[in-house]
Design a protein around this ligand. Structure first.
Ligand code: C2E
Ligand code: CA
Ligand code: CA
Length: 397
């Protein structure tokens, strides 16, 4: 996909023609700012159908079907437009709930009937503007998606690293790479906000590939620039969309070539959700990754749609116990039972175990007593930018 073209915010001056009747349209446009006029030309006569302002969509039919534009659109004032491509829309629609899809189709059919069957000149410009407006939430989603696309191209993403410690000898064995977004206006945005957005828009695939490269280079710098000889691993988060890319495993291997980093030092963190959405696809991709020497961790274990039946079918090396169980295990005997059970289940299946979100020494001690292999949490270290991580590692020695 051509990321650069799709990133463009298009700016029009007053009088500029934005789209032409009879053309095949690739995009719908969200009017970020400005005002436009929709008109048709019959027998050389212009007939204005309506106006749209900030927050409205124009050209939306093109992304639903392949038919030609039914009207012209002209800027009435300097206007900035954000494109929503057919591809982007198609992907969102493919993921949509079937009821949603049906309702959308009904609405589209009625809209067409009105457009072709009746004269819309009785509709006031104001009414037309209102009926075309998207909700505040949809507006924000589209805007943030554009900003995120710019973030990938504009070096606004950072990877922070949280240490993972082996319980038996208290040594740092690896790091989890966690993405951070420094938005030029909004400041630091949490991954809880931008990861879902990146997933919905498909941009996660670009972001994940960036994170992988960044993580691999960081491991290399630890040795080459900072003289840290340990073979730390890096654990990186991936989504179902990442894994479903045909070249996922090859891409990971390509990134390692020539770096001197062994594939066994790359852990792919995936969630139960991905295994349930497309089990066959996940098995085959993960097997290819395993064959290439990579390792796989099952993230947030116990929070999702846990099903014991799939555990032995998937090539998983490490189980990560979700923070919610660790938080509760000191006060809630049932949570402690779950933690103990997950540890023995993982061990029984030949997997190693990481406990996430360890904040208190008592928690670490209890986990150690129950043979948990590794821990990760604020008690040991928060996710840190690379320079802070180097200081942290050097201070530990
Ligand atoms: P996660 O994969 O479960 O990552 C662990 C989260 O727990 C991180 O939040 C980390 O900062 C936080 N954490 C670690 N130790 C503690 C602790 O002791 N106490 C508390 N309260 N929190 C702790 P963060 O960095 O905000 O990331 C949130 C989620 O966003 C991640 O959850 C992951 O699902 C997603 N995410 C982050 N980076 C990436 C990425 O590069 N790719 C993908 N696909 N998802 C990412
Ligand atoms: Ca994770
Ligand atoms: Ca987790």
């Amino acid at each position: 996909m051509n990321l650069v073209n799709r990133t463009k915010r298009q700016v029009f001056e007053t009088g500029d023609i934005i789209m032409r009747q009879g053309e095949i349209g690739e995009n719908a446009y969200l009017i970020e700012e400005g005002q436009v006029e929709i008109f048709i030309v019959t027998n050389g006569q212009e007939q204005v159908l309506g106006r749209r302002g900030t927050g409205a969509i124009v050209g939306e039919m093109a992304i639903v079907d392949n038919k030609v534009r039914t009207a012209n659109v002209r800027a009435l004032a300097p206007s900035t437009l954000l494109a929503i491509s057919r591809e982007d829309f198609g992907r969102r629609l493919a993921h949509a709930d079937p009821v949603m899809k049906m309702v959308m189709q009904v609405i589209l059919a009625r809209y067409r009937a009105v457009l072709h069957g009746t004269d819309s000149s009785h509709e006031s410009a104001e009414d037309a503007e209102k009926s075309g407006n998207v909700s505040q939430k949809a507006f924000e989603t589209i805007r943030m998606t554009h900003d995120f696309r710019e973030a990938i191209l504009g070096y606004q993403l950072r990877l922070h690293y949280q240490p993972i410690i082996e319980m038996a000898n208290k040594r740092v064995v690896g790091f989890e790479g966690l993405m951070r977004w420094h938005h030029p206006i909004k400041g630091m945005i949490s991954p809880a906000t931008f990861i879902p957005l990146a997933e919905d828009s498909g941009l996660i695939v670009h972001a994940s590939r960036w994170a992988l490269r960044e993580g691999v280079y960081m491991l290399n710098r630890l040795r080459v620039e900072h003289g840290l000889p340990e073979d730390y691993f890096i654990s990186l988060n991936f989504t179902g969309l990442d894994l479903s890319a045909e070249d996922f495993a090859d891409n990971v291997s390509e990134n390692l070539q020539g770096t001197g980093i062994s594939p066994s030092r790359i852990k792919l963190e995936i969630t139960e959700r991905m295994l349930i959405d497309d089990p066959e696809g996940a098995i085959s991709t993960l097997k290819r990754c395993r064959d290439a020497g990579l390792t796989v961790a099952l993230d947030d274990f116990g929070t999702g749609y846990s099903s014991l039946s799939y555990l032995h079918r998937f090539p998983i090396d490490t189980m990560k116990i979700d923070r919610s169980f660790i938080v509760e295990m000191m006060t809630n005997p049932a949570s402690l039972t779950l933690v103990k059970t997950i540890i023995s289940l993982a061990k029984g299946l030949g997997m190693s175990v990481v406990a996430e979100g360890v904040e208190k020494q008592e928690e670490a001690d209890l986990l150690s007593a129950h043979n948990c292999d590794m821990v990760q949490g604020y008690l040991f270290g928060r996710p840190m930018a690379e320079p802070d991580l180097i200081l942290w590692l050097n201070n530990r020695d």
